[in-house]
Design a protein. Structure first.
Length: 245
């Protein structure tokens, strides 16, 4: 091709056809610019394709992380043996028994054990960390980008803050009662029971009952934030899936 254009130039110059040569030269320059523009356009298209593929890869990883988080939320709220809902119900039951002077029965030993149970949520965030390392602008949709950022910073931080309230209250007030007022016994299924050392004295212990009420409050607050973050995680997962489609 280059030899062909060189031959044309030589012919035009040798024939003293300068005006035609000038037109030809301009045309050749235009062709060069067109070639460069096409190459740049192809390169831009190729880079955009790579960016979208990387975006899809990171968002798919975030979906996987959200699925893990949702499973753990369900475990802590509903399915583990001493789940959060059971803890709250048990605290309600114990407060009612102590304040209404109801008699003790053996099944209460499991209820007393349940009032001391709580657990943290394991948030998996490897996909979001990958996104941050690349740059959050990788996600083209600004609304989705904002939702992902808000969930992984504000929502997770607030949830962990509520858990710390439960954790702090337990170790500041509840654990001494756990150790001093009960005896731990395991049944044939290796399930722990807490038997009050003196049930009648326990019913008169106003400070302990008040501690139970405060611990109930922080657990209810923890359940509220977990319910909210569960809905947020479900919505974010759905939004990302719809975006990828």
């Amino acid at each position: 091709m280059i030899k062909f254009f060189r031959h044309i130039r030589k012919s035009l110059l040798s024939e003293n056809k300068f005006s035609k040569y000038l037109i030809y030269a301009i045309g050749e320059i235009i062709l060069v610019f067109i070639g460069i523009a096409m190459a740049l356009q192809f390169n831009n298209w190729n880079e955009a394709k790579k960016t979208r593929e990387k975006e899809q890869q990171v968002l798919t990883e975030i979906i996987s992380d959200l699925e893990f988080t949702l499973q753990d939320l369900d475990r802590v709220i509903n399915t583990r043996t001493n789940n959060l809902k059971r803890t709250i119900n048990s605290i309600h039951t114990v407060i009612d028994i102590l304040e209404t002077n109801k008699p003790y029965h053996d099944s209460l030993a499991y209820t007393f054990r349940s009032i001391n149970a709580y657990d943290d949520i394991h948030f998996k965030t490897s996909g979001y960390q990958s996104l941050v390392s690349i740059g959050t602008d990788l996600v083209e949709d600004p609304k989705l980008r904002s939702s992902i950022g808000e969930f992984h910073t504000s929502s997770i931080k607030e949830t962990k803050g509520r858990f710390e309230e439960v954790h702090l209250d337990f170790y500041s007030y509840m654990i001494d009662n756990y150790r001093k007022k009960y005896t731990s016994v395991f049944d044939e299924n290796s399930l722990e029971r807490l038997i009050p050392n003196d049930f009648e004295t326990l019913k008169k212990d106003k400070e302990y009952i008040q501690s139970l009420k405060v611990f109930l409050g922080v657990n209810i607050s923890y359940l509220e934030i977990l319910t909210e973050v569960n809905l947020e995680a479900e919505q974010l997962k759905e939004d990302i899936e719809n975006y990828l489609e």
